[in-house]
Design a protein around this ligand. Structure first.
Ligand code: NAD
Length: 392
């Protein structure tokens, strides 16, 4: 396949681009490198020393895999360049990671809220619009989030893959219909992902675009077989309070002996997937497109669920680092159960990587190796979901 990876310089996009290229696909990365500038804004950086995009691509050429092309384009705002690229590359698949993806970052201030909505919604709309004009037969694979479903309202019911049967009643008439699972976003970032869903629904219905929306769990781990080929191919590892996702943050804290910071009671149950499984799932999804005219295909891209305090005590048991409960900056249910259907991925042939597979130790080792690069002052989240006076 000819594949365009939008956001291909990021945490999920870089290893996905390498994996696709290693498997013989012709890859073009599009990225405006905003994530690197956000590091500068936050005074934080990846724990692993990521190289410039030029050095990354040069290192990949030296592995003798097929070279990866790169175009620096702002997907949300450089529309003409995006459409032109689609026309030039004639992609079979477009993988869309190019969004602001941190919930705490999206809640930092009015500027961050507006930036996240502006960037994410415009990026998705521009991609769909340009596909209609220049790549109507391509298959769009978008990285969405399990967070669109919300947490805690289903009381043990299994979360289906995107759609649910419902009975609508109004004016004395009732109708049985299939609807998108009701959205219940928990942050501005998650809200943009629920808006993306409506854009997909519309463009699939109106223009017959072929779209797969992967509702992904929280990604953990950092290395894939391809990123391990050369030190210059190393993937990013975020540990700061905004971008560090919970499990990687715990592993990092364990590596430097910082208490494992659990927000609130730690009763939140969340879905997880290892980065090695992410890259495989994306290739499997990209190469099995829905038919033209079919509804948007939604796949729950997660392999296991865990309660946050259980994860903390597991890692504490492995490493002897204590757990510390802190005020929860988020507005969310203190405790929730989570049962998720992930049948499609398993049918596509994924062999899930489990937390129990020893990879946690590997990640702690990565974190230990680069521990001297860590700034402990950046670990704890400074973002707040509700303004201080309203929270009292
Ligand atoms: P990331 O921030 O590391 O990567 C995103 C990349 O997109 C960055 O390289 C950034 O520079 C680029 N980008 C952002 N806006 C852009 C724009 N307007 N034009 C061009 N490039 C742009 O994030 P990630 O962790 O790799 O996440 C990728 C996608 O996967 C996101 O959409 C995210 O919502 C989704 N996702 C991630 C996780 C996770 O745990 N990391 C979980 C669920 C879903």
């Amino acid at each position: 396949m000819r594949v365009i990876v939008l956001g291909g310089d990021g945490f999920c996009g870089w290893p996905t681009s390498l994996h696709l290229s290693a498997n013989g696909h012709r890859v073009t990365i599009v990225d405006n490198l905003v994530r690197r500038r956000t590091d500068a804004e936050l005074g934080a950086s990846s724990l692993t020393p990521i190289r410039s995009i030029e050095e990354r691509l040069q290192a990949w050429r030296e592995t003798r895999n097929s070279p990866i092309d790169f175009a620096e384009i702002d997907v949300a705002h450089d529309y003409d360049a995006l459409e032109e690229l689609f026309r030039e590359v004639r992609p079979d698949a477009i993988v869309h990671f190019a969004e602001q993806r941190a919930a705490p970052y999206s809640m930092k201030s009015p500027r961050h809220k507006r930036y996240t909505v502006d960037n994410n919604v415009n990026a998705t709309n521009a991609v769909l619009c340009a596909m209609v004009e220049a790549a109507p037969d391509a298959h769009l694979v978008h990285l969405g989030t399990m967070g669109v479903y919300g947490y805690g309202k289903t009381k043990g019911m299994q979360i289906p893959e995107g759609y649910i049967d419902a009975t609508l009643r109004s004016g004395g008439v009732s109708a049985d219909v299939e609807i998108l699972y009701p959205a219940d976003p928990g942050s501005i970032y998650h809200m943009t992902k629920t808006l993306d869903q409506l854009l997909f629904f519309y463009y699939a219905k109106n223009d017959g675009l072929r779209i797969t929306d992967l509702h992904q769990g929280i990604v953990w781990g950092t290395a894939t077989p391809e990123t391990l080929l050369d030190e210059r191919l190393v993937n990013r590892f975020d540990y700061d309070g905004d971008y560090g996702t919970v499990l990687n943050r715990f592993l990092m804290q364990a590596a430097i002996g910082h208490p494992l910071t659990v927000h609130g009671s730690g009763g939140q149950t969340r879905a997880f997937i290892h980065i090695r499984d992410t890259v495989q799932c994306i290739e499997k999804a990209a190469s099995t497109p829905p038919k033209r005219g079919e509804r948007v295909r939604i796949i729950n891209q997660m392999t296991e669920t865990h309660r946050v305090r259980d994860l903390a005590s597991m890692i504490s048991g492995m490493t002897g680092v204590p757990v510390e409960h802190q005020h929860n900056p988020r507005k969310e249910a203190a405790e929730n159960d989570l049962v998720v259907a992930n049948d499609t991925l398993i049918k596509l042939g994924l062999q899930p990587t489990r937390l129990s597979d020893g990879l946690m130790t590997e990640v702690v080792e990565v974190a230990r190796r680069y521990a001297s690069r860590c700034d402990p002052a950046k670990i704890v989240s400074q973002s707040r979901w509700v303004r201080a006076e309203a929270a009292e």
